[in-house]
Design a binder for this molecule. Structure first.
Ligand SMILES: C[S@@+](CC[C@H](N)C(=O)[O-])C[C@H]1O[C@@H](n2cnc3c(N)ncnc32)[C@H](O)[C@@H]1O
Length: 283
């Protein structure tokens, strides 16, 4: 497989900009393609390196919640450019690390960027989150960092995560979780069949109640769920700034939707209507 398998215009944009050597963008989102986590959000300074550190901290929030430790086998589903695998590879020993993605171009970047540390094994494989190409009981930890909303179905992914996890293994997830007030609007958006021009197909309609049902029906138990929305808020001004700097390189329709989506998401997050949550579950 050499081509992307899914329409994700933001990924096309990132990969093209990386190819052109956009060093600012590489510094900020070249490793992690997700929101940042600031322990002290008022201290965010808007620089690329500040965002890169916040993205690194977000990634560790998820794998710490999933209890990643030395000697484990870890699967990162929807692994982007391999940032979570890189981070775990740098921090832990005797690891078997596998990143999986449906977009071969991102896997290619991950393979070039992430080399296994001495005692670790690292592999990046092509696959769909809802049809994981691994036997049952293969992993101690499965991670899904800010990607589950793109998958064909959360139910399908949960069933697959449970299947490939050993008994007692952990699933770590970060996702946007709407309140019950916002949920009907997001369900209507899904029914309309529309895709975001910049973010592609995203189903953001799963509430906390839905997460509890998903865990119950797939035989997973939620150990921890926590709301870190306030720690992610500096992401929005940073993204607006990226777009201002790179605006001339981006199609007008992408620019316009990027601005609208960023403004709306920031508003919904600041109002407490859309939460950014981390879940840790046990198989
Ligand atoms: C917002 S990015 C997050 C990437 C990465 N987890 C990170 O945090 O840097 C969403 C990722 O999900 C991947 N993805 C989307 N649909 C997928 C699927 N069905 N199976 C596997 N990966 C998928 C995309 O290619 C992309 O890498």
């Amino acid at each position: 497989m050499t081509n992307k398998q899914i329409e994700l215009p933001y990924m096309d944009f990132f990969l093209e900009a990386f190819e052109e050597g956009d060093s600012e963008l590489i510094k900020s989102v070249g490793r992690h393609a997700h929101w940042g986590y600031w322990e002290a959000p008022t201290e965010a300074n808007g620089s690329g390196s500040d965002f890169a550190k916040a993205a690194e901290d977000m990634c560790s929030q998820v794998y710490v919640a999933a209890n990643v430790g030395d000697g484990q086998s870890v699967l990162d589903v929807g692994c982007g450019f391999g940032g979570a695998i890189a981070s775990i590879n740098e921090g832990f020993t005797n690891m078997k690390l596998v990143g999986l993605n449906i977009d071969e171009r991102q896997l290619e970047r991950a393979r070039n960027e992430v080399k296994a540390a001495e005692s670790n094994q690292v592999e990046f494989v092509w696959g769909d989150a809802c049809q994981l190409p691994f036997p049952e009981d293969s992993f101690d930890v499965v991670l899904a960092n800010e990607c589950i909303f793109h998958f064909p179905s959360r139910e399908g992914f949960f069933a697959e995560a449970k299947r490939v996890l050993r008994s007692g293994g952990r699933l770590g997830i970060s996702d946007y979780v709407p309140t019950e007030i916002l949920q009907p609007f997001l369900k209507l958006w899904n029914l309309s069949g529309l895709s975001s021009i910049i973010y592609g197909k995203c189903d953001l309609s799963y509430s906390l109640t839905d997460y509890h049902r998903l865990a119950r029906e797939s035989g997973l138990k939620i150990l921890r769920e926590y709301d870190i929305t306030v720690n992610t808020l500096p992401t929005y001004p940073f993204f607006r700034q990226i777009m201002e700097v790179t605006a001339t390189k981006v199609r007008f329709d992408l620019q316009a939707e990027f601005k609208l989506t960023t403004d709306l998401s920031e508003w919904a997050s600041a109002q407490g209507l859309m939460r950014y949550m981390i879940f840790s579950m046990i198989a």
